[in-house]
Design a binder for this molecule. Structure first.
Ligand code: SAM
Length: 429
């Protein structure tokens, strides 16, 4: 594809994404995949170039929309080439010349817009205005620095599967495939890979020695201090990222129940568990009604040594990997998440046995979803004790960004992993 054709592709994608934002439609990566599925002629270099610019625009969505006076894909592209790629206006005009496969020629209004924009006219918008108060509460004076790091690309986190070998063995096998990794600083199973690489065809992946998982998620499971032989429940298991990390600590002894309301997600867990050699996983599709769940889970009440509760959340801690979710989140959606988190916390607590623990976690940086939920729960139940995460750290101890003693809040700008929250709650014996 010629350069102008790549630019036209990004314009089309940005246009679709803008529409998708207003219609609650498909995510940026789904749109990208669909786009190239119907354009098989595009080579891997074209796909990479288009994807890079598309994501660069998503990261700077707020500032571009502001300078363009709205989400107009062609104007946003003009502004992106000028402000983000630092190209000259004459070069931009040559791209928008109406040549075959490239963008149509500039209209008089677009020409005027391009002429008027100046280097000083662009204001970086790091987050939607309505988030200011919450983000300030979390990051204080470091807010802008933290948010700039959220605009960077995230490294790839890998988890060495202890059921198949240790971290050194995984690192060695990756090195034999010319893939260099470094051990993560916080989680004992973590390896960090600096760039996106296709791992699925590698023997080390197919044999189950590694899984893709951010270091923060690995640390959260490590803090649950799960032992072989225990009864464990992963209440919002999804495709089982945490379930499999937990099964590895269990050394295939005991039982882990992976629960979720999503059949497709739980369906993904089965082949993953097989590849990982995890034999202690039982999946259970939860019903939506309280009565159905009561019946399904009756025998597990007060039985679990550990309950992992990785609740649905804003995903604000993963903005490096999902930059669009920052612009899609609204105050109403955030408050819906808080509502369901509250319900799930109360519900899942019923399965913890006296002396057992529930580990509440989110990939969020908002106190509303994190400290506030835990605070409300601890103060309204008298059988809950908050344990300090520092008691369960095996390696280097990350300093928490939370003002609340004992809970862990991670953030990319301090810890080079996802923004993640962990609170360990023990049931009175
Ligand atoms: C943050 S994701 C879990 C990710 C998963 N633990 C992992 O490591 O891959 C939250 C999950 O909660 C599930 N969920 C949503 N509402 C639920 C409910 N009422 N009960 C149980 N699970 C629910 C969603 O289907 C989703 O898979």
């Amino acid at each position: 594809m010629i350069e102008a054709a790549r630019i036209q592709s990004v314009i089309e994608l940005v246009d679709r994404l803008g529409q998708s934002f207003s219609s609650e439609g498909a995510s940026a990566d789904v749109l990208l995949r669909q786009y190239f599925q119907s354009r098989r002629y595009a080579g891997s270099k074209d796909r990479r170039a288009v994807s890079r610019l598309y994501y660069q625009i998503i990261r700077h969505w707020g500032g571009l929309v502001q300078v363009c006076g709205g989400p107009d894909a062609r104007r946003m592209m003009l502004a992106a080439i000028y402000y983000l790629l630092n190209d000259e206006k004459a070069y931009i005009e040559s791209l928008f010349s109406g040549q075959k496969h490239g963008p149509e020629a500039l209209s008089p209004e677009e020409q005027e817009f391009l002429e008027k924009i100046t280097a000083e006219g662009f204001r970086e918008v790091l987050y939607p205005d309505w988030m200011e108060k919450s983000l300030k509460a979390r990051f204080g004076d470091e807010l802008d620095d933290a948010m700039r790091v959220f605009n960077d690309r995230a490294p790839v986190g890998l988890r060495a599967n202890l059921l198949k070998g240790d971290r050194a063995a995984a690192q060695q096998q990756l090195a034999e495939n010319q893939i260099e990794t470094i051990p993560g600083q916080w989680a004992s199973t973590s390896l960090i890979l600096d760039e996106q690489i296709q791992l699925r065809d590698l023997g080390v992946y197919k044999q189950g020695l590694i899984e893709v998982q951010d270091e923060a998620a690995q640390l959260a499971v490590e803090l649950a201090d799960i032992q072989p032989g225990q009864q464990v429940m992963d209440y919002c298991a999804g495709a089982g990222g945490k379930t499999l990390a937990a099964a590895a600590f269990m050394q295939n002894k005991g039982q882990i129940y992976a629960l979720d309301v999503s059949k497709p997600r739980l369906g993904e867990l089965k082949p993953r568990a097989k590849r990982a050699g995890a034999h202690v996983v039982q999946t259970l599709l939860l019903g939506h009604s309280a009565a159905k769940r009561e019946k399904q889970l009756e025998q597990h009440r007060n039985h679990m040594d550990r309950v992992l509760l990785d609740v649905p959340c804003s995903g604000s801690g993963t903005w490096r990997r999902n930059p669009e979710s920052k612009w899609r989140l609204t105050p109403d959606k955030l408050s819906d998440y808080c509502e369901i988190q509250k319900e799930l916390l109360a519900e899942a607590w019923a399965f913890v046995k006296p002396g057992g623990r529930l580990v509440y976690m989110t990939c969020s940086i908002f106190m509303e979803e994190n400290e506030q939920q835990v605070f409300d729960f601890v103060t309204s139940n008298d059988d809950v004790n908050l344990l300090n995460y520092k008691n369960f750290i095996k390696g280097d101890c990350p300093e928490s960004l939370s003002p609340v003693e004992g809970v862990l809040q991670l953030s990319p700008h301090k810890h080079n992993c996802d923004g993640f929250f962990v609170a360990i709650l023990e049931k009175s014996a």
